[in-house]
Design a binder for this molecule. Structure first.
Ligand code: BGP
Length: 466
């Protein structure tokens, strides 16, 4: 049922797997001072308890890892470029050649196996210097720095990379201004006008990237990336339905601007009624008209919304969160599991945009146990992960039957890596287990989990055998 050229694969982000945080001229990124994840306090300098400084040492193991992805049959591999490897502080005029060389080698290695790289230009890894000296995306100068950075990498990799994403989960800036927008001003002190100004700068920068990319190589496919999360009304009471709509609007605004090229009326109303004033130039409005080729998104959870303040109690979930759904079970981290929500999201986005869709993150974070397998090799019997992915792929198939144009599917953390929200290693997503633990111990050896063999079969049969 999946189209013949369907892009099956897996996804990671540089800062969560590469390690080598200060090698070959790399500058610090905001992740290097976030040892406790998104909720914990940041540090002044990198500290040893920050698992991301070493990650899974993908920087030195990438050949071995890509070989394993190729063994599973990956058609596509999503990763990000660490901006601070290319421009260590972010505002320099000349890029760091050693950083550029690393990604040359990485993309060559993918191509060697016929794996198409899918590259996120900015995945929660703004150069720290830009955060500390410019207050991140609040400052309009960031547009210029980002333009220089994307122009550099587009020119350099124009024959190696075709698929690009401008900002990871761009809407998460509303919840996590430091991690997502490099905004140094503490969240409690940040005005809504400054926050929405940063949003606007990112949207303009994203549209610039689309424009510049298409000029450099008209064959580029450039997409936006949003954190998708269906918002269901908690009850059928019409006020709850409207509460769900309004909560959803906050996220959809980001995709609407990317696909339609202008701010929707409900966003203008929200800003007006909440005293949010931002500066928008005529040139910005022109640039926003450079719309994306496809819409990509992460999908982990759905949430509910209610107009009743007594019931409006937020649960756990992927960054944005919402009111828990009484009908759903949750992962060990409280993220509610909702495969049917994926079909719903796919249909909603397709109906709204009629643009190809790409699921670039989905998966189950779980505590895995390494055991000895029947063949004597160490493995993880991760049937729970297989079940999670199978249920979601079934719903993808339903959506394809509904007529949705779905380009591909990259599961999150196809090899174990450090969690974005909690900065832990014990929250594992991979088909490949990496022997590294939160106390810094471990050999970094890679082991195939049961799901490794299962996913290989899924790809081999183009989703027919689940
Ligand atoms: C998304 C991020 C990823 C990733 C994933 C899983 O929000 O784009 O970087 O980490 O969620 O989240 P976590 O690592 O917190 O389990």
């Amino acid at each position: 049922m999946f189209p013949e050229n369907f892009l099956w694969g897996g996804a990671v982000a540089a800062n969560q797997c590469e390690g080598a945080y200060n090698e070959d001229g790399k500058g610090l990124s905001i992740q290097d001072v976030l040892p406790h994840g998104v909720k914990g306090p940041r540090t002044e300098k990198p500290t040893e308890d920050n698992m991301k400084l070493v990650g899974i040492d993908f920087y030195h193991h990438y050949k071995e890892d890509i070989k394993l992805f190729a063994e599973m049959g990956f058609k596509v591999f999503r990763t990000s470029i660490a901006w601070s490897r290319i421009f260590p502080k972010g505002d320099e005029e000349t890029p760091n050649e050693a950083g550029l060389k690393f990604y040359d080698d990485l993309f060559d290695e993918c191509r060697k196996y016929g794996i198409e790289p899918l590259v996120t230009l900015s995945h929660y890894e703004t150069p720290l210097y830009l955060a500390e000296h410019y207050d991140g995306w609040v400052n309009r100068d960031l547009i210029g720095f980002y333009k220089r950075y994307v122009m550099t990498v587009f020119n350099r990799y124009k024959d190696k990379v075709k698929y690009w994403l401008t900002f990871n989960e761009i809407n998460s800036i509303l919840e996590s201004p430091f991690m997502s927008g490099g905004i140094n001003t503490p969240k409690e002190e940040l005005s809504q006008s400054d926050l929405y100004q940063a949003v606007h700068h990112e949207l303009v920068a994203s549209a610039w990237a689309t424009k510049i990319g298409h000029e450099i190589n008209p064959d580029f496919k450039i997409g936006c990336m949003i954190l998708s999360m269906p918002v269901y009304p908690l009850t059928a009471e019409p006020s709850d339905v409207l509460a769900a709509m309004e909560q959803d609007h906050k996220n959809m605004m980001f995709a609407d601007v990317h696909v339609r090229g202008y701010y929707p009326g409900y966003a203008k109303r929200y800003m007006r009624e909440n005293g949010i004033s931002i500066s928008v130039t005529d040139e910005d409005m022109e640039i926003l008209k450079n719309t994306v080729d496809f819409v990509s998104f992460s999908y982990y959870v759905s949430v509910c919304a209610t107009a009743d303040p007594k019931k409006n109690v937020r649960g756990e979930g992927n960054l944005l969160g919402g009111v828990p759904n009484p009908y759903l079970k949750a992962s060990d981290w409280g993220w509610q599991i909702d495969p049917k929500g994926l079909r719903y999201v796919l249909n909603t986005l397709w109906d709204r945009y009629q643009k190809p869709l790409f699921i670039v993150e989905n998966g189950l974070g779980a505590m895995d146990k390494l055991v000895q397998g029947a063949d004597g090799e160490m493995t993880v019997e991760d049937d729970y992960r297989i079940e999670y992915l199978r249920d979601h792929i079934r719903q993808m198939e339903e959506a394809v039957k509904d007529g949705v144009d779905l380009m591909g599917y990259t599961t999150w953390g196809c090899i174990d890596l450090v969690s974005a929200s909690t900065a832990e290693l014990r929250k594992r997503y991979g088909f490949i287990y990496v022997d590294r633990n939160d106390d810094g111990s471990g050999t970094l050896k890679r082991y195939k989990k049961k799901s490794f063999h299962w996913y290989k079969k899924v790809i081999e049969t183009n989703g027919r055998e689940l």
